[in-house]
Ligand binder design. Sequence first.
Ligand SMILES: NS(=O)(=O)c1c(F)c(F)c(-n2cc(CC3CCCCC3)nn2)c(F)c1F
Ligand SMILES: [Zn+2]
Length: 261
Amino acid sequence: ACSRKNTRKAALHPLWQSPLTIPGGTRQSPINIQWRDSVYDPFLKPLKISYDPTTCLHIWNNGYSFLVEFDDSADRSTIVGGPLENKYRLKQFHFHWGAINDWGSEHTVDSKFYPAELHLVHWNAVEYPSFEEAVMEGNGLAVIGVFLKLGARHEGLQTLVDALPAVRHKDTVIEFDDFDPSCLIPSCPDYWTYAGSLTTPPLTESVTWIIKKKPIEVDEDQLEAFRTLLFTSDGEEERRMVDNFRPLQPLMNRTVRSSFR
Ligand SMILES: NS(=O)(=O)c1c(F)c(F)c(-n2cc(CC3CCCCC3)nn2)c(F)c1F
Ligand SMILES: [Zn+2]
């Protein structure tokens, strides 16, 4: 066997032009969730989700994904319970998806990719004064992950899809109001939870992940609509916004807990 020098260098990911691995990272995301290795925790509470649709502000293309941002100046759209010790405020939600339906999600279940994944990002406003500070703390963020699978058209998602042509280019934004993102969360209460990180820069290890076991169904046209977005600004050579998911990260010394048997 050839003896290759151990030239471990942080690979640069084309999407982020920053180190793909965090030096000394012990709780990076995303991960593969091996269903049979997850541990049922009877002390996990049901997750309580209370969103106020009037806190919805705008949709913008930030060059990584499209984000729907919320007014987080008060406890109006919050989650509490589940694995969380505090109440967390909704800041934004966004998606990750692939160029084709065979991949696109960030997390996998038993090494299976879904065509897309929704992330609802919340921050611990009980213990920290702002989102930016919470991003730097071990218990600062809570992200609900929901898998998208190919199936029936999702009426709630369609209002979002109809707005996408207006944010086709990076750094475009449109007003978007009266949207309740709980319509994108499956009613089945089952979830996995583990300690992880942001999957985009600054990749800080500040996220309590809550991954719903049940996916939502969306149809082909809705997934194709995501793929019409661009990473690039108006006037630049067009690059389609696809495959905006981070590679799987090592589980290291972590256990994934399940809220269900
Ligand atoms: N995939 S993920 O892990 O759910 C995920 C997240 F959890 C995030 F918080 C962000 N995030 C990044 C910033 C910039 C801030 C700019 C100021 C300093 C803090 C970061 N805003 N939100 C994000 F982009 C993302 F993809
Ligand atoms: Zn995300």
